[in-house]
Design a protein around this ligand. Sequence first.
Ligand code: XIL
Length: 349
Amino acid sequence: MVYLTAATKPDKMEQDEVESTLKSSANFPIGAAVNPDLLKRDSLYKLIVIKEFNSITTENALKWASVHPEPGKYNFSKADSIVAFAKRYGIRVHGHVLISVSEGSLPKWIKEYSGDSTKMEKIFKDHIQTVIKRYKGEIHSWDVVNETFDDKGLIRTKTQSNKNDNIWYKYLGKDYTARAFKYANEADPKALLFYNDNNQEKSERKLEAILNMIKCFKQEDIPIHGIGIQMHTDVYMSKPDFINAMVKVLKSNLHIHISELDIRINPKNEIGIDSIKRFKIQGELFRFISNFYKKDVPYNQQFGITFWNVTDKDSWINNKKGIKDNCLLFDYNYRKNQSYKAFIEGLTK
Ligand code: XIL
């Protein structure tokens, strides 16, 4: 073994030639949404996280259903283990998510709540502040609210599945998002607070609604520091639409987090697709996104690019019934796929 002294230590370029990783190729954080159980029991998964990423998002561990399953009963064990892991390896943790609408993220006692609004406001505030305070000094940034708007740009009155009411809207009214940010800021004035949503690059009306909300927040002194552009997308994605959306969000001067990136190669479940061709398109899109983020997002707005999961095996897309896609940079066998190289090219070009 050769030990490197300061004088013989290769500079960054030479090191990268030895082995580039996602994080070593980027000048901004590269993240992944992680599963604490896999970090414990799957050593290869853990190795990829340590080697490739310098930011992690708590995939499900901090959702209300995991962390606050019953009234007054908090369970921080999963989130604690992610935070401990991150501390050990010097990785940033981004907290996801304090308030969200989707059924899967909420426990029964919230979904079936039937008390009055004053009591609900207290539950809402206590939850936000208890979770944030628990990780003060450890988690410095949060998705405070997820998916307030539907694709028409209207505040959701129903859940994403349309089956149930948006409980927050029902009990707390249209300004619940603003109050969530206010409560979060009270609990940790130093934390960076994000609004996180999907399809902003697909729906102009949704994007307008979000930008409008941010404008109102600024006028009313509601603290907000960043926007999470989820980017669950696919090979049919439109580059001009992405550029348009990014140009608009950048004008907010907030931090921009590409917060949940994955690119499906077969979103329409077509039979007999030319997968070589699809992978090429996917690679080109990964290259385009990383290159755009590197070149066109000003340094002080670059919060990072986060993938939603680590490999195709743990991807939430592939854990939906009947879907077997390839939407990340590592495949089912944890090998880098061809898009890995393309994403790095975008970061270094
Ligand atoms: C997903 C998780 O990855 C899944 O494991 C879970 O079953 C459902 O939620 N947008 C979000 C994330 O903001 O919270 C979602 O995470 C994916 C879509």
